[in-house]
Design a protein around this ligand. Sequence first.
Ligand code: SAM
Length: 257
Amino acid sequence: MNSLHSAIKYLRHLVLAKRPDSIQNAFVKEAITNIVKDNHQFYMFPVIESLRAQMLLSGDTIHVEDYGTGKSGNRKIKNIATHSLKSAKQAQLLFKLVNHLQPSTILEMGTSLGITTLYMSKVNENSNVITLEGSPEVAGIARKNFKKLKASNIELICGNFDTTLPDALVQLNPLDFCFIDGNHKEEPALKYFNLVVEQSSEDAVIVLDDIHWSAEMSNAWEHIKVHPKVMATVDLYHMGVIFLGITKVKEHCVIGL
Ligand SMILES: C[S@@+](CC[C@H](N)C(=O)[O-])C[C@H]1O[C@@H](n2cnc3c(N)ncnc32)[C@H](O)[C@@H]1O
């Protein structure tokens, strides 16, 4: 992470962020209002968080092959759980967005220990969820976690996104919802986004994680905003929500949580 870049972007976010009521597009306004204002504690939240707590306590060490950072080596599971996962607040926001949209097909790029996968899959156990992870031992822990919570609607495909993404997109076609949470570099982020858009339903929603993590990610975000198939974007600072669809009036908002 580029800390100075993220700090500047955070200050900018504080200045620019508006309330969800300011959104013009009715569909986007309803979705974002729903996730930002809904304080409901769904029954799955403590269940998934207790699994996270187990990961945070685990002293086991596994070998991690990280295609995102290129830094492979041994890591304690508790360190992965501390540094590599979305927080409970962000993961629950994702749950609420999926709950509002009710997608039939969901793709996640970047499983890690499977915490966000579980949040998205538990909204509707009839949804078809594919999650992609490059590191075999990390994928092994995620698979165990899916078993522990009896999440039978998740298929984990292990391998580099470059080879696993095209097959996953064929299986899920058309894709309704995608969470991109791996490889935070400009060129791969744009490459994956473009591939995902091509196989998505007309009104799909794509969430890109860590849009202000580095200058490269902020550049990727600016390119995505002008993609012809993007109808609206919502910058929530930690993640960007992209609404596909054709409209004459495009809308790009910065919304505070
Ligand atoms: C930030 S973690 C995902 C965290 C998870 N979504 C959560 O919050 O619970 C990103 C994961 O993506 C995987 N990854 C990054 N680049 C990849 C690539 N090119 N191919 C496959 N996996 C990749 C890493 O191994 C890592 O486990």
